[in-house]
Ligand binder design. Structure first.
Ligand code: PLP
Length: 486
């Protein structure tokens, strides 16, 4: 065997620990500085397509570069091209937070770099997940029969829940035989409201039911699913030879944070033998606040529930928990063990690979556990309560002003509203509010987003970042009034 001469040998192996320590401190310093002063950066990145594509080399470096250079380019190129979700002026979509303890948990998970596919490949990743998701279950008041698994997103969680719902219809043998080319399988239907998140439609497409496999039920004037219309739709479908499979009810809809009548929907599902999935991806954490516990009424009767700690629970992206009372149906949908993944571990261990599509899994429980321990149940409840208070305060300003109107009840920490100058047609109001949003966002101080509420262009102020204070909310309101007048 020939060996390269000493001196011509290429360096192999990782960064040495001394350099890692030095650069690691520099990275932590950057994060600390960002969390303290990042609010000075424009929250919505004022950049256009090509911001990085046009300036970064299109080919990889043939030789390694120094970490100092790499970090300098992070400061120079990456930060300015970032929309700052983790800053207090972010009031768009569902604002979220990477809190201090969450970021530290994420950092340690990166250091361990475990793959929690099997219990034996990560006993800590598996069992800490079991502990942390059960803590959260207790915090939101769900019964002990719910078992949880952490996924990347609510979109995956809902997909997996509906895959398990398909297993509930075991007579169809879909896992074994699929759907294509089978005249013996009727058309299948999933129901959700017209306000449900598009992830339900995506799940239904992915599961091979086709977009016509989802039926959107009308909502009432508070944007909540009309349960009578649901019952009628199921009856109509059955009469037409369509087989209902599942209903998705939402606690905190995406546009206006409406709450579907879950107890009534549960009753219908029980009567009809349908899987009930509750999408509490955004709204679920509010149940930690004792006076908000009622929002989950009826959810205890569901087969599955999704709650996203990465939305409104101060856990960094990504972390979505799928709870189910029927874990055996999740496994029926997804468990498949090739020889190389078989183990002699005891039969009661949980192998996380059995609960979804992905085999490899990150150690997401660590950051969740850090956040729950660091703030505690009371500390989390206080922070959520403050967000609820800020949203109500903003709603009061809207209601008391003669020039704005609220377009939906403020159930959680989001206010949907619009500016209503006198004498404008609906079309003009839409255009006026769209412009208003652009003006606020162009300041770089605040970032808000929009939706359509019963056809009307609605502005949304979404409070969810752990560092957002009354000052930010007040500033947003002042700006809106000033720009609307102008
Ligand atoms: N469900 C609701 C109610 C949502 O608002 C969203 C996204 O905002 C989702 C599901 C999808 O979430 P994720 O991004 O985790 O897939």
């Amino acid at each position: 065997m020939t060996r390269p001469e000493e001196g011509t040998r290429v360096h192999v192996g990782d960064m040495d620990s001394e350099e890692f320590r030095r650069q690691g401190y520099a990275v932590i310093d950057r994060i600390a500085e960002y969390l303290e002063n990042g609010h000075e950066l424009p929250v919505l990145a004022p950049v256009s397509r090509g911001v990085l594509l046009d300036v970064l080399p299109s080919e990889p470096p043939s030789h390694g570069e120094s970490m100092d250079e790499i970090l300098a380019d992070y400061d120079r190129f990456i930060l300015p091209a970032t929309t700052h979700w983790n800053q207090p002026g972010f009031l768009a979509y569902f604002a979220n937070s990477g809190s201090g303890p969450g970021i530290l948990g994420e950092t340690l998970a990166a250091g361990l770099n475990v793959n929690a596919m099997l219990w034996r490949t990560s006993p800590s990743g598996t069992e800490l997940e079991e502990v942390a998701v059960d803590w959260l279950r207790q915090m939101v008041g769900l019964p002990a029969e719910f078992e949880g698994v952490i996924n990347d997103t609510a979109s995956s969680s809902t997909l997996y829940a509906l895959a398990a719902a398909r297993e509930l219809a075991s007579d169809l043998r879909i896992r074994a035989e699929g759907l294509a080319g089978r005249p013996d399988v009727p058309r299948l239907r999933v129901y959700c409201s017209e306000e449900s998140h598009s992830s339900v439609d995506k799940a239904v497409i992915t599961l091979g039911l086709g977009l016509s496999g989802v039926r959107h039920i009308p909502t009432d004037n508070k944007y909540s699913m009309d349960a009578d219309a649901l019952a009628a739709a199921i009856a109509e479908d059955r009469a037409a030879g369509i087989r209902p499979l599942a209903v998705v009810a939402t606690v905190g809809t995406t546009s206006t944070t409406a709450i579907d009548p879950v107890p009534r929907i549960a009753e219908i599902c029980e009567r009809e033998g349908l899987w009930l999935h509750v999408d509490a991806a955004y709204g679920g954490p509010a149940a930690i606040v004792p006076e908000m516990r009622w929002i989950m009424d009826g959810a205890e009767r569901a087969h599955s529930i999704v709650i996203n700690p990465h939305k409104w629970l101060f856990v960094p992206m990504d972390c979505s928990i799928l709870y189910t009372k029927r874990p055996e149906l999740m496994r029926a949908a997804f468990s498949l063990t090739p020889e190389y993944l078989t183990t002699t571990d005891s039969s009661d261990v949980k192998n996380l690979m059995d609960y979804g599509v992905s085999l490899g899994r990150r150690f997401r429980a660590l950051k969740l556990w850090f956040v729950l321990r660091y703030f505690g149940v009371e500390g989390i409840a206080q922070r959520l309560r403050e967000h609820l208070r800020l949203a109500r305060l903003f709603a009061t300003w809207v209601d008391d002003s003669g020039d704005f109107e609220r377009l939906a009840p403020t159930r959680f920490s989001v206010v949907a509203f619009r500016s209503t100058p006198a004498g404008m047609s609906e079309e003009q109001l839409d255009a006026h509010n769209a412009q208003l949003m652009e003006k606020v966002n162009a300041t770089g101080e605040i970032f808000i987003s929009h939706t359509r509420a019963k056809g009307r262009f609605a502005l949304r102020v979404a409070i969810g970042n752990i560092r957002t204070t009354e000052e930010h909310v007040r500033r947003t309101w002042d700006m809106l009034q000033e720009f609307a007048r102008a």
